[in-house]
Design a protein around this ligand. Structure first.
Ligand SMILES: [Zn+2]
Length: 445
């Protein structure tokens, strides 16, 4: 087993003097868990009424839960690249090209990923990923010794169970310090809960199972007052069953690995809209239902607690590396989330859409400012404690929006669209076909 030396500055001891003690202990393993399309308000630890997440709730009770954590985009590709690079979407420029909807970016080799930092430090690194937007063509394979990617379409995904088998096999066969990225897709459309979870929250749904894009689009087209509330409740119950299926596998993964010398980080890339803003699915705006995400740390050295400050995936990036005492790549962002107080009045910038006009948004503890970069129109909302929009404001906008505009000036400089995504636009025919199958391109909306 490899060890890294860490020097600890010891406090005043009985003799009354300060001493420096060389301490030797194994660097922690890190397991980074990303559940696609997972809303925090459908998890027990965030107050959900259905018991969707007994394992996660148990682990979180021994760890740190971030109540107001936000993603930097509302869909997989730019959001995941931000969490893996510590950069905003306007910096890594891996998303959808604002003026060319079928073109996507790829992360250049010069960029350093979280996995590369672990690999350089001597860790064994592995990813088990299942979303087509995580295909190697998009550049996130860099830094992984093993990148076990499986493309998905809505009808055919590698299950969380199978992904867990692959991850546990690798874990058992691999010596030394390990960094594992475990990504699963169940809560993403189509909703077809596996038999282990099917029926847990709805026995006889009033929608067809699998619940697919076509059925979702049918509901979207109905006037809001005419939508069948029972159908929507059943869609949510199926979503909850998919989450339960993931939680069962999370339990297997964590029990199989053990928490003695491992730090676990749990998050999602974005949420899902269930017609709260008169639309469905994700990628089409940056409001709370898509950008509020779960964020939980537990395992070696993680204190218990709940944090209410506004935090983001960039903070998560920095914290993962600091917890493993690894160097932080130059030019990256974020604050350490564990063990030190956070500055007050924090905000989070989110950018890039998969469908519709290009947008950016800033959320604070009290407001969200959303800017349409094409029409140059902005809207200002009050948000509740979960960052969910409550009321769109009409009065006193200049004064109320000023701190949020100032934040954009500081972080981004201006509100222009991301000029050009980097690297090849549509990566390869295979990836492009898979994207089409997944419903991301030419989707009926
Ligand atoms: Zn996603």
């Amino acid at each position: 087993m490899k060890y890294r030396y860490i020097t600890l500055l010891m406090g005043t001891v009985l003799s009354g003097c300060t001493s420096i003690q060389e301490t030797l202990f194994p660097a922690p393993n890190v397991v980074f868990i990303m559940v696609d399309t997972l809303r925090p308000d459908h998890l027990g630890i965030y107050g959900h009424s259905n018991p969707t997440s007994p394992y996660l709730d148990q682990y979180a009770s021994e760890g740190m839960v971030f109540e107001r954590a936000f993603a930097h985009s509302g869909w997989t590709l730019p959001s995941t690249v931000s969490m893996m690079t510590g950069l905003y979407p306007h910096e890594h420029r891996v998303g959808r090209a604002p003026d060319s909807p079928s073109e996507f970016g790829s992360l250049p080799k010069e960029r350093q990923t979280m996995a590369e930092v672990f690999q350089t430090a001597g860790y064994q690194t592995m990813a088990v990923v299942n979303n087509t937007f995580l295909a190697p063509d998009f550049g996130l394979a860099q830094g992984f010794d093993t990148f076990d990617y499986r493309g998905a379409d809505n009808q055919d995904i590698r299950s969380a169970k199978e992904s867990t088998n692959v991850a546990l096999d690798w874990w058992a066969q691999t010596e030394g310090q390990k960094f594992l990225f475990w990504h699963v897709m169940e809560p993403h459309m189509d909703l077809l809960p596996p038999k282990e979870a099917r029926g847990a929250f709805v026995k006889e749904p009033t929608v067809d199972v699998p619940f697919d894009f076509k059925q979702g689009a049918t509901i979207t087209k109905q006037p809001p007052a005419e939508r069948n509330t029972q159908q929507i409740a059943d869609v949510l119950a199926l979503y909850d069953e998919e989450i339960l299926a993931v939680d069962q596998q999370l339990g297997r993964l964590v029990e199989g690995i053990g928490t003695d010398n491992t730090i676990f980080v749990f998050t999602s890339d974005h949420g899902e809209e269930f017609w709260e803003h008169d639309d469905f699915e994700h990628g089409h705006h940056l409001k709370g239902v898509l950008t509020h995400i779960p964020l939980v740390f537990w395992g070696k050295g993680i204190p218990k607690g709940r944090e209410r400050s506004v935090v983001s995936h960039l903070d998560m990036f920095r914290s993962v590396l600091e917890l493993a005492t690894l160097p932080i790549p130059e030019g990256t962002h974020g604050e350490m989330l564990i063990g030190s107080p956070l500055p007050s009045r924090r905000m989070v910038l989110s950018e890039n859409t998969l469908y519709g006009d290009p947008l950016l948004s800033v959320v604070s503890e009290t407001h969200r400012l959303e800017i349409n970069q094409e029409t140059k129109m902005a809207s200002l909302w009050t948000v509740d404690e979960q960052g969910m929009e409550q009321e769109v404001l009409q009065d006193n906008l200049d004064t109320l929006a000023e701190p949020l505009f100032n934040y954009i000036r500081t972080v981004r400089g201006d509100v222009k669209t991301i000029e050009q995504v980097s690297g090849p636009s549509v990566p390869s025919q295979d990836a492009f076909q898979n994207l089409k199958k997944l419903g991301y391109i030419d989707a009926e909306r």
